[in-house]
Design a protein around this ligand. Structure first.
Ligand code: FES
Ligand code: FES
Length: 215
């Protein structure tokens, strides 16, 4: 069982199997991960892909591989550890920001297999074997990604704390829809909050970003 983020469907609902609301922390403390992921070491590909072969993992650490910005890392993690905690505390990937820590602000947005997720609300073990991307992987040498450059050009950042999350949400949008309408862009950025109020500038930047390759 896992607490999943669904950016397109809004913040996740944390419910126990009986349908009762529970806090996210209580949920993570109690979670036992059943199932196998291809990135959990010791799991064969056949086992990972065969329905009905679920087995319980944890509560102690299990070895998993995380592929982050093209680099593969092997970690021993308890199944309850979130992707955000694994990235920030174990891999020093700090572009993912912890703000609300409950799937409602978007500051921790990453792209996993082409889809935006709130990394605070996804277990690291769920991302095992998948392609995880963060803002750290966008810069090409000293050249900013087109979305980053557009945000600079359109004054789309103030304190900057929300910026990496907005950047990843915009990248995911533009990789599947290079010329979005304002409505499409608003919908894609809907899960991100900026306390400094840069929304108009961010929207303008996204609508004027050119040169993002299809993902
Ligand atoms: S810190 Fe993850 S959504 Fe706010
Ligand atoms: S620029 Fe400060 S929170 Fe968005």
């Amino acid at each position: 069982m896992a607490l999943k983020d669904d950016r397109e469907g809004g913040p996740p609902a944390a419910t126990d199997p009986s349908g009762t609301n529970v806090s996210r922390r209580a949920f993570l403390r109690s979670v036992g991960v059943t199932g196998v992921a291809a990135g959990v070491l010791g799991t064969s590909e056949t086992e990972a892909q065969t329905p009905g072969t679920a087995r319980k993992l944890g509560p102690g650490p299990v070895p998993i591989t995380l592929r982050v910005n093209g680099q593969t890392h092997t970690l021993n993690l308890e199944p309850r550890v979130t992707l955000l905690d694994a990235m920030r505390d174990r891999l020093d990937v700090t572009g993912l920001k912890r703000v609300c820590d409950r799937g409602s602000c978007g500051a921790c947005t990453a792209i996993v297999d082409g889809r935006t997720v709130y990394s605070c609300s996804m277990l690291a073990i769920e991302a095992a074997g998948k392609d995880v991307r963060t803002v750290e992987g966008l810069v090409d040498g000293t050249v900013l990604h087109p979305v980053q450059q557009a945000l600079c050009d359109h004054d789309g950042t103030m304190c900057g704390f929300c910026t990496p999350g907005f950047v990843m949400a915009a990248v995911a949008l533009l990789e599947r829809q290079p010329n979005p309408t304002a409505e499409q862009a608003r919908a894609a950025l809907d899960g991100n909050i900026c306390r400094c109020g840069t929304y108009p500038q961010v929207l303008e930047a996204v609508l004027n970003t050119k040169g993002v390759r299809r993902g």
